[in-house]
Design a protein around this ligand. Structure first.
Ligand code: ADP
Length: 865
C-alpha cells in the first residue's frame, strides 16, 4: 500500500520534471480474411487509430489461404468476412477449429448483411463478435477488437496465475511435508524447523495469515500483502483486518474468526469478499487449521486463502454469455429449436410455438416427424441422415409443417448438427422461418402469370385474326387448363336467322357434337333470359331440371352430364353466344377460377365480334371490288366508243368536208362568171364555213389526242420552242404588225417538246388575235424562277383583256367570249393548253385587266444544266 502511494508520488514528480510520455503501444497481430481489398484497407485504417495497440496485419483473400497461413501468422485475433469466395465464414471456423484445436484465438465476423440466424450460429460456434459491415465505424471496430484482445490477455494472465499458484502450492506442500518429517525426526533442531516454517509461510504462493486467540496477527505472508495490499503493520489484529476488509460485515466475520481457535482440525470456511487496501474487491476462499499454542498458552490458527476472483469473473462471464444466448434464442424473430437426433423437440422458442400453434409443453412431447407434412418428410429425413453421417455439415430446405389446428404452413428450415467433445451427435440446431406469406405470393403470382398468358394467347389469336373456331379452341384449351371441367363448348347465336350454332366442343363425348350443329334459338330462350336477369356473368343449370334444354343440346343426352355453368358471351349488352362448362359439382369451381373464366368469355365475345366485323369488312371490300370492276368495264367500253368516234371524225367527217371545200373552190374558180354577186357570196361563205369546220375538227382531234396518248417527259429548251412558234406564226405577226420581245435565253424545263410547242403557239396566237385596233400589239415573252425549282413562262400582251368573272371558264372547251365575226376561233385553244399543262404535271393561270392586256402563265419544273 505504502509503496503504491510512494510510487504514485514519485510518478507525479517525474511527470513534472520530464515531458509526459505515453506507455508504449502493445504489439498485436491481426489476420484479416476478406476478399475485398477496399474493405481490408478500411479495417486497417480504422484499427490504426487505436491509442493502445499497434497492429501488424496479415491478410488473406480466401478462406483456404487464411487456413494455410494461420500457423505461421499465429495472429492474436482473426477478422473474418462471412462471404468468402471459396467457403463461408461458418465453414471456415469449423475447419479452423478442427485443424488448430478449439478456438485458438478470438474471431470477429464481418458480414455484408445482418442475419439473426447466422449470428446465432456464429455465437454457438464460439465466434467472439458479429459486426455488420454497413454499421462498422472506427470506434465500433476498435471497441470490439480491443475488448476481445483484453479478454484474451486476461485469460492468459489468469492461466499464468493459476499455473504459478499451483507450482507454489506444490512447493508449500513439499515444505510442510518436510517439516512434518522433521518433527518426527529427532535429528532436526527446533529452530531450524521454525525458520523453515516461517520461510514456507512467508513465501507461500497463497495468502497466509497466522493469528493468535486474542486476535493478534502473528504473520502476514508476502502473497497476502501483494493481493490485499495490507502489511502486518496495517492489520496488527484480526479486528483491524475485519474492519478494513469486510466493512459492514466485520462483526460477523470477526465472530467467525474467533470461533476458529476452538478447532482441532482443518476447516473449509468458504468464499469471502474482501476489500483490498486499493479499494477493489477480491474473492478469497478461506480454509483454516489449528497451529498449536504459543509459549504463553494462546492458541494459534493458520488461515490460508485461495484467490478465486478471476475464476469467479470467468464464471460470471460464462453465465452472461449463456444468458445472452438464451435471450437470442428466446427473442429471435424466427422459430428456433434444438432437436434430438431421433427427432424429439428438446428446446423450442416462443416464436416457433406461435408459428406452429402448440404451447411449449405440447411441442416438446412431439417429434418433428409427427408434425411434418407427409410429402415433405422423406426429403427432410434424407438430409438428416446425410448430416448424421457427416456427409454434409448443414442443410436448408423449404418444407411444410402441420399446425395444431391442422392447417398446413410453409417454412424455411435451416439445420446444423451440434456434436459433443467426442464428436457424438448431440442435437440439431434448427432455425425455422415462416415463409407462408411468400409462398402465397408466389402462388398468386404464378396464377396471375398463367392468367395473363392465357389471355395473351387468346389476344394473339384475335390479333392474328384467326377464325372464331380457332380462337374458341384456344380459349377452351386454356379453360381446361385452369379448371377441372368435363366438357366445354362455345355456342353462337344468330338473331336474324334465329339459330344457335355449336362452334367448338371439347371433353366428354365431344365427338357427339358436330361442329356447326344448329338448333332453334327459341330452345335457348329460358337460358338467355336467366343470363340477362342474372347479376353475375354466369348461371348454373341442371339438365335434369330443365327438359327444354335437352332439346337444345340433344348431343349430351346420352353422356350422363347434368350440371353446367353458362357464361354469356356479351359485348355492349349484346349476347353473341354462350360458353358452356360441364362440371361434376359447380361448388368445386373456385371464385377465382370463375373470374378467370369470365375474363376468357369476354375475350371470346371480342373474338366473335371481331370475326363478324372482319367478315363484314371482307364482304364490303368484295362488293367494292366488284363495283370497280364493273365501272372499269364500262369506262373501257366508253373509251372504245370515244376512239371509234374520234376515228369517225378524222376519217368519215373529213372526207365530205374536203368535198365541200373542193367544190366551193371549184365553183369560185370555174363558175365565177356564171354566178351573180349573191351566188358568189354564198360560195365564199360555204368555203369559209368549211374552213372553220376543218379547224374545229383539227382542234378537237388535238384535244382528244392529248387526253389519250402516253407522254414522256424530257428537258425542253424553251428558247427554241418560242423561236419555232415565232417562225410558225410569222404571217400573223406581220399582219397585225406586232412588236414581240423575248427575254432570251429562257430557262429550261422538264416537259414534252410537242405539247409545249402547241401550248406556246396557242397562247401566242391568242395574244396576236385578241388585240384592239387602236393599240399597236406588244407581246412580251419571259421566264421567271420560282422557289422549289419551278419555272414560270409568261406570255403577256397589251390586248383587250378579260373580265375577272370569265378568267376561269375560258380554259374549258368551247368557252368563248366573242362572236366568230369579231374574233374567229373554235373555243378549244385554251382547253388544249390546260389539258397539256395538266398532263405535264404543271400549273397555269391568267392575270388580266380589261383594255390593258393579259398575261398567261405556265409553271413547270426547272431543269438546270
Ligand atoms: P378561241 O381563241 O378559239 O376563241 P380559246 O380557247 O383560245 O378559243 O380562247 C377562249 C376565249 O378566251 C377566247 O374566245 C377569248 O374570249 C379569250 N381569250 C383567250 N386569249 C385571250 C387574250 N390573249 N386576250 C383576251 N382574251 C383572250
Amino acid at each position: 500500500m505504502r509503496s503504491t502511494i510512494f510510487s504514485m508520488t514519485s510518478d507525479r514528480l517525474n511527470k513534472m520534471r520530464n515531458p509526459p510520455h505515453f506507455p508504449p503501444k502493445k504489439q498485436r497481430t491481426i489476420l484479416l480474411v476478406d476478399d475485398s481489398e477496399v474493405d481490408r484497407a478500411v479495417y486497417r485504417r480504422y484499427l490504426n487509430k487505436s491509442a493502445d495497440y499497434d497492429y501488424h496485419f496479415i491478410e488473406a483473400e480466401t478462406g483456404k489461404t487464411a487456413l494455410e497461413i494461420y500457423p505461421n501468422a499465429l495472429p492474436d485475433l482473426v477478422l473474418l468476412d462471412y462471404f468468402l469466395p471459396d467457403i463461408d465464414g461458418l465453414e471456415w471456423i469449423r475447419r479452423w477449429q478442427q485443424k488448430y484445436n478449439k478456438n485458438p484465438c478470438p474471431v470477429i465476423i464481418l458480414t455484408g448483411q445482418g442475419n439473426e440466424n447466422i449470428a446465432v450460429k456464429f455465437i454457438q460456434l464460439g465466434a467472439a463478435d458479429y459486426l455488420v459491415k454497413d454499421q462498422i465505424t472506427a470506434e465500433r471496430l476498435n471497441f470490439s477488437v480491443q475488448k476481445e484482445l483484453i479478454r484474451q490477455e486476461e485469460k492468459q494472465k489468469f492461466t499464468q496465475i493459476i499455473q504459478s499458484q499451483n507450482e507454489q502450492l506444490l512447493e508449500v506442500n513439499r515444505l510442510l511435508n518436510e517439516q512434518m518429517n522433521c518433527g518426527e525426526n529427532s535429528e532436526c533442531s527446533l529452530s531450524n524447523n521454525k525458520k523453515k516454517l516461517h520461510c514456507a509461510v512467508f513465501n507461500a504462493p497463497i495468502p497466509v495469515l497466522v493469528h493468535a486467540e486474542d486476535g493478534e496477527i502473528m504473520h502476514v505472508n508476502q502473497t497476502w500483502t501483494e493481493l490485499s495490499g495490507y502489511t502486518i503493520e496495517d492489520i496488527p489484529t484480526t479486528a483491524e483486518w475485519t474492519e478494513k476488509a469486510y466493512g459492514r460485515k466485520q462483526k460477523t466475520v470477526k465472530s467467525f474468526i474467533d470461533r476458529l481457535y476452538e478447532l482441532n482440525q482443518r476447516v473449509e470456511e468458504g468464499e469471502f469478499k474482501i476489500r483490498t487496501a486499493g479499494g477493489q474487491f477480491r474473492i478469497w476462499n478461506f480454509s483454516s487449521a489449528p497451529l498449536g499454542r504459543l509459549l504463553d498458552g494462546r492458541r494459534l490458527v493458520i488461515s490460508c486463502a485461495k484467490d478465486v476472483t478471476e475464476i469467479k469473473q470467468a464464471k460470471i462471464a460464462a453465465q452472461q454469455s449463456e444468458i445472452q444466448f438464451r435471450q437470442t434464442f428466446e427473442q429471435a424473430a424466427v422459430g428456433m429449436a434444438h432437436v434430438a437426433p431421433n427427432g424429439q423437440w428438446l428446446r423450442v422458442n416462443q416464436k416457433l410455438c406461435a408459428i406452429l400453434g402448440y404451447n411449449e409443453k405440447e411441442l416438446l412431447e412431439k417429434t418433428f416427424q409427427e408434425i411434418t407434412y407427409p410429402d415433405d418428410l422423406e426429403p427432410d429425413l434424407a438430409y438428416v441422415r446425410q448430416v448424421l453421417s457427416g456427409e454434409i455439415e448443414s442443410y436448408s430446405m423449404e418444407k411444410r409443417y402441420i399446425r395444431k389446428d391442422n392447417a398446413c404452413i410453409w417454412m424455411n428450415l435451416t439445420v446444423s448438427l451440434f456434436r459433443n467433445q467426442t464428436e457424438e451427435p448431440e442435437y440439431f440446431i434448427c432455425v425455422i422461418e415462416n415463409i407462408q406469406k411468400r409462398k402465397n405470393l408466389e402462388l398468386s403470382q404464378a396464377q396471375a402469370l398463367k392468367r395473363l398468358s392465357n389471355l395473351h394467347q387468346i389476344d394473339k389469336a384475335i390479333i392474328e385474326a384467326q377464325t372464331p373456331q380457332a380462337i374458341a379452341t384456344i380459349a377452351i384449351n386454356n379453360i381446361q387448363d385452369l379448371s377441372t371441367c368435363q366438357r366445354v363448348s362455345v355456342v353462337t347465336f344468330d338473331s336474324q336467322r334465329q339459330t344457335a350454332t355449336t362452334l367448338v366442343t371439347q371433353g366428354i363425348a365431344e365427338q357427339t357434337a358436330q361442329q356447326g350443329l344448329e338448333t332453334n334459338l327459341n330452345l335457348w330462350q329460358t337460358l338467355i333470359e336467366r343470363l340477362q336477369a342474372s347479376e353475375q356473368s354466369y348461371v348454373v343449370s341442371y339438365l335434369s331440371q330443365s327438359p327444354q334444354l335437352l332439346s337444345a343440346m340433344p348431343e349430351v343426352a346420352v353422356s350422363g352430364l347434368d350440371c353446367f355453368i353458362c357464361f354469356g358471351l356479351k359485348l355492349q349488352n349484346k349476347l353473341l353466344g354462350i360458353l358452356k362448362l360441364w362440371v361434376e359439382d359447380a361448388q368445386e369451381i373456385s371464385a377465382e377460377q370463375l373470374t378467370m373464366i369470365e375474363e376468357i368469355s369476354i375475350q371470346i365475345a371480342i373474338a366473335l365480334q371481331q370475326a363478324n366485323l372482319t367478315q363484314a369488312s371482307r364482304n364490303y371490300a368484295l362488293e367494292l371490288e366488284n363495283k370497280v370492276r364493273e365501272r372499269t368495264t364500262q369506262l373501257e367500253e366508253i373509251n372504245q366508243e370515244l376512239k371509234a368516234f374520234t376515228y369517225s371524225i378524222s376519217h368519215d367527217l373529213k372526207a365530205p368536208l374536203r368535198a365541200i371545200q373542193g367544190f366551193a373552190i371549184a365553183l369560185q374558180e370555174d363558175y365565177a362568171d356564171k354566178l351573180d354577186e349573191l351566188g358568189q357570196e354564198y360560195t365564199s361563205r360555204l368555203a369559209t364555213s368549211a374552213e372553220q369546220m376543218e379547224r374545229l375538227i383539227q382542234d378537237l382531234l388535238a384535244y382528244s389526242r392529248l387526253s389519250r396518248t402516253e407522254i414522256y417527259k424530257k428537258p425542253v429548251n424553251l428558247t427554241s420552242v418560242v423561236n419555232k412558234a415565232l417562225e410558225d406564226l410569222e404571217i400573223q405577226i406581220t399582219e397585225v404588225k406586232a412588236e414581240i420581245t423575248v427575254d432570251r435565253p429562257l430557262l429550261n424545263v422538264l416537259g414534252n417538246r410537242t405539247i409545249l410547242q402547241q401550248i406556246v403557239e396557242n397562247l401566242l396566237s391568242n395574244a396576236l388575235k385578241f388585240t384592239s385596233s387602236k393599240v399597236k400589239p406588244q407581246i412580251h415573252i419571259r421566264t421567271e424562277e420560282y422557289p422549289e425549282n419551278v419555272v414560270r413562262l409568261w406570255i403577256e400582251d397589251n390586248g383587250i383583256g378579260i373580265e375577272a368573272q370569265h378568267q376561269e371558264r375560258i380554259f374549258e372547251v368551247f368557252e368563248r367570249l366573242h362572236g366568230n365575226e369579231t374574233y374567229p376561233g373554235t373555243g378549244i385553244g385554251l382547253a388544249i393548253v390546260k389539258k397539256g399543262v395538266e398532263r405535264l404535271g404543271g400549273r397555269l393561270g391568267v392575270e388580266s385587266d380589261v383594255n390593258l392586256g393579259s398575261g398567261f402563265w405556265v409553271e413547270l419544273p426547272q431543269i438546270k444544266e
